[in-house]
Design a protein around this ligand. Structure first.
Ligand code: GLU
Length: 553
C-alpha cells in the first residue's frame, strides 16, 4: 500500500464510496443536443438581491430556450452567512417572479430531482469521496498550520516583498510532510484542513472564453487552496467543482465577482478529472448616482431587495420585462415587434449582455410597468391588487372585495381599449387611484386652478346640478356640460376660445374641471362619465352639493 493510500484511509476511514460510484449514481444527462444545464446557487442568507434574481432569470432562460434543466442549489457551507430558514425567502422570491426551477430545493428541507441532494450541507459524503480520491492520487494533503501560523506566513511574505502571497511552493510547509509525520500529527489530535496540491506554475497563464465577457487570460492558479475546512466541510471552490460536475451543469452563469477565481476553478475541474463547464459571468446591476455609476447596493438601495417589488406590488411581468430589457439590448425592439408574445419566445443571447453592467433606472422601470399593467384586463388588475392588498393593505382589500363587480368596473375605466391609460406602475398606487370611488377613502379637495374663482365654480355647479341626468350616455352627458357653457359665458368650443379668449370666461374644459374637482377632488382623472356612472346619482348629487356649500361659504 502506498503512503498516499494509507494517508487517505487515515483521513477518511468512513468513506466507502468511490468517484466511480458517484459517476454511476449521477449519469450524464440524457438531453437533446445543445440542451443547457444551468443553476442558481445562492447562499441561504434570506436575502434575494435583484442581481440574484437577474442571474437566476438568465440561467433559467438558457435552460428553457434549449430544452435544458434549471437547478436551484443551496450553498450553505459558510455557516456564518446563514440565517435560520434563509431558503424559503429565496424560493419565495424566485416563485413570486416566475423564475421556476426544474430541479433542486423547493422548500425548507424539500427537494426535487435525481441529482441531489441540492443542499451542500447534505453532500458532505460526496465531497469527502472526491477528496479521498485526490489524496490517494497525491493531489491533496492535510495541512496542520494554525490560523496564527498562516498569519505569520503572510506577514513574512509581506516583509520580503513577495509578489505572490499565500500557501504555495516553498511556503507550503505541510506539502511535503512524510507519511509518518502526518500520521503522528493526526494521531496527536491536531486539527487540519485538506489542501489541493496545485499543479499550477507561476510562469504559466490560462485563457478561457467567457460567454459574456469574451476571451480572458489570467495567471494559472498556484495556490494550494483549502478544499476541506477543519470540520470536513468543503470550501465554496471545491464544492462548486464537485457539484457542477455531478449535477452535470453545462453552463455556470453567475456574478462576475467570481471571475478572478476561474483559474482555480478550471484547475479543480481538471485535477478531479472533470470536463470544464462553460462560464458566463454577469456584470452587476448598476445605479446612476451623481453622474457616475455604482453597484446597486443591498445596504443603500431599497430596490436592491426583491422583496421591495413584492411590497410595492409590482407585477412579476413588469419585473421580468424590465430585467429582460437590462439583459439584452435588443429586447425592446423585439417587444415592439411582438407586443403580446411571452418572454419565453424571446431569443435570448448571452453574448448580447452588457459587459460593463446594466443600469437600473427606476423611472424607466416604472414606465415599463405602466405599459405592462395598461394592457392587463380589469379582472387581472383586480386579482393582482386584491392578492397584493391582502398582505399589504387590508383596508383596501376589504373595500375592493366588498363588491367585486363594482371594483372590476372601476378598474376598467379607460382600460381594455386600444389606447389604455398608463398611470399605474404598481398595485400600491391603486389606493390613491381609486380613492374617490370609495367614500371611506375619498378626500375632499376643492382647490381650483388659478384661472377659476369660487364664484365661477359656484355658478357652474349650480347650473350643472339642474342639468345633470344620471341616465345619460356619454354623448348626452357631454352635451349637457356643453349646454351650460354659453349661458354662463363659457364656450363649448376650445378652438373658438383660443382664437378670442377675451370674449369668454373660459371653455368647456374649465367647466368640466370644476365638475371633476367637485366629484373627485382632482383635476385629472380617467373618464369622468364612467366615474359618475359608477358613483351613482345619489353620491354624485351629494358631492356636488358639498362642493357648492364649500364655495358658497
Ligand atoms: N454561492 C455562490 C454565491 O453566493 C454562488 C456562486 C456560483 O454561482 O458559482 O455567490
Amino acid at each position: 500500500m502506498s503512503d498516499n493510500i494509507r494517508l487517505a484511509e487515515l483521513l477518511f476511514p468512513d468513506i466507502k464510496l468511490t468517484p466511480d460510484d458517484l459517476e454511476e449514481k449521477f449519469p450524464v444527462r440524457d438531453l437533446k443536443e445543445g440542451a443547457r444545464v444551468t443553476r442558481f446557487a445562492p447562499s441561504p442568507t434570506g436575502f434575494l438581491h435583484i442581481g440574484g434574481l437577474f442571474a437566476a432569470l438568465i440561467s433559467k432562460l438558457n435552460a428553457t430556450t434549449t430544452d435544458g434543466v434549471f437547478i436551484l442549489r443551496i450553498e450553505d457551507t459558510d455557516k456564518k452567512r446563514e440565517i435560520t430558514d434563509g431558503v424559503s425567502e429565496i424560493i419565495k422570491g424566485l416563485e413570486a417572479f416566475g423564475v421556476d426551477i426544474n430541479e433542486g430545493v423547493i422548500g425548507f428541507g424539500k427537494e426535487t430531482g435525481e441529482y441531489g441532494p441540492y443542499t451542500q450541507s447534505l453532500r458532505k459524503e460526496y465531497y469527502q469521496t472526491i477528496a479521498k480520491s485526490l489524496v490517494q492520487q497525491g493531489l491533496a494533503y492535510p495541512c496542520f498550520c494554525s490560523e496564527e501560523e498562516l498569519t505569520a506566513l503572510r506577514e513574512t511574505q509581506e516583509k520580503e516583498g513577495c509578489d505572490n502571497k499565500g500557501y504555495y511552493g516553498k511556503w507550503a510547509r505541510c506539502r511535503d510532510l512524510s507519511f509518518e509525520e502526518q500520521k503522528a500529527l493526526i494521531e496527536s489530535g491536531k486539527t487540519y484542513t485538506l489542501r489541493l496540491r496545485s499543479p499550477g506554475s507561476a510562469d504559466k497563464r490560462i485563457t478561457f472564453e467567457d460567454l459574456i465577457k469574451g476571451k480572458i487570460e489570467m495567471p494559472e492558479n498556484i495556490q494550494d487552496v483549502v478544499l476541506l475546512k477543519t470540520d470536513g466541510i468543503p470550501t465554496y471552490h471545491f464544492a462548486h467543482a464537485v457539484d457542477d460536475h455531478f449535477m452535470r451543469t453545462t453552463h455556470v452563469i453567475r456574478g462576475d465577482e467570481w471571475i478572478s477565481s476561474v483559474p482555480l476553478h478550471i484547475q479543480l475541474f481538471k485535477v478531479c478529472g472533470y470536463r470544464v463547464p462553460k462560464f458566463a459571468h454577469i456584470s452587476p446591476i448598476m445605479k446612476e448616482e451623481n453622474g457616475g455609476k455604482r453597484k446597486l447596493s443591498k445596504r443603500k438601495d431599497p430596490e436592491a431587495a426583491v422583496t421591495y417589488y413584492a411590497e410595492k406590488g409590482y407585477p412579476k411581468e413588469s419585473v421580468l420585462e424590465y430585467l429582460l430589457t437590462l439583459a439584452n439590448s435588443n429586447f425592446e425592439d423585439w417587444r415592439r415587434a411582438n407586443p403580446k408574445a411571452p418572454h419565453s419566445e424571446f431569443p435570448f443571447n448571452l453574448k448580447k449582455m452588457s459587459v460593463s453592467g446594466a443600469l437600473f433606472d427606476m423611472v424607466k422601470f416604472n414606465d415599463v410597468s405602466k405599459n405592462v399593467i395598461s394592457v392587463m384586463s380589469a379582472k387581472t388588475v383586480y386579482d393582482y391588487t386584491v392578492s397584493w392588498a391582502k398582505d399589504y393593505d387590508v383596508e383596501l382589500y376589504n373595500l375592493l372585495t366588498r363588491d367585486e363587480a363594482y371594483s372590476v368596473s372601476l378598474l376598467n375605466i379607460d382600460r381594455e381599449n386600444p389606447k389604455p391609460r398608463k398611470d399605474i406602475a404598481c398595485f400600491s398606487e391603486i389606493r390613491d387611484y381609486v380613492s374617490y370611488l370609495f367614500d371611506e377613502l375619498y378626500e375632499k379637495n376643492y382647490e381650483l386652478p388659478e384661472n377659476l374663482t369660487k364664484e365661477m365654480a359656484e355658478e357652474i355647479l349650480e347650473a350643472y346640478l339642474k342639468e345633470y341626468n344620471a341616465d345619460d350616455d356619454k354623448q348626452q352627458w357631454f352635451d349637457r356640460i356643453k349646454a351650460i357653457c354659453e349661458p354662463l359665458g363659457y364656450t363649448p368650443n376650445v378652438k373658438e376660445y383660443k382664437k378670442n379668449p377675451e370674449l369668454f370666461k373660459g371653455h368647456v374644459g374649465d367647466v368640466s374641471t370644476v365638475i371633476r374637482i367637485a366629484i373627485t377632488g382632482r383635476r385629472n382623472t380617467p373618464d369622468l362619465h364612467s366615474i359618475m356612472s359608477l358613483l351613482g346619482e345619489e353620491r354624485v348629487k351629494a358631492r356636488i352639493t358639498d362642493a357648492l356649500n364649500f364655495y358658497k361659504a
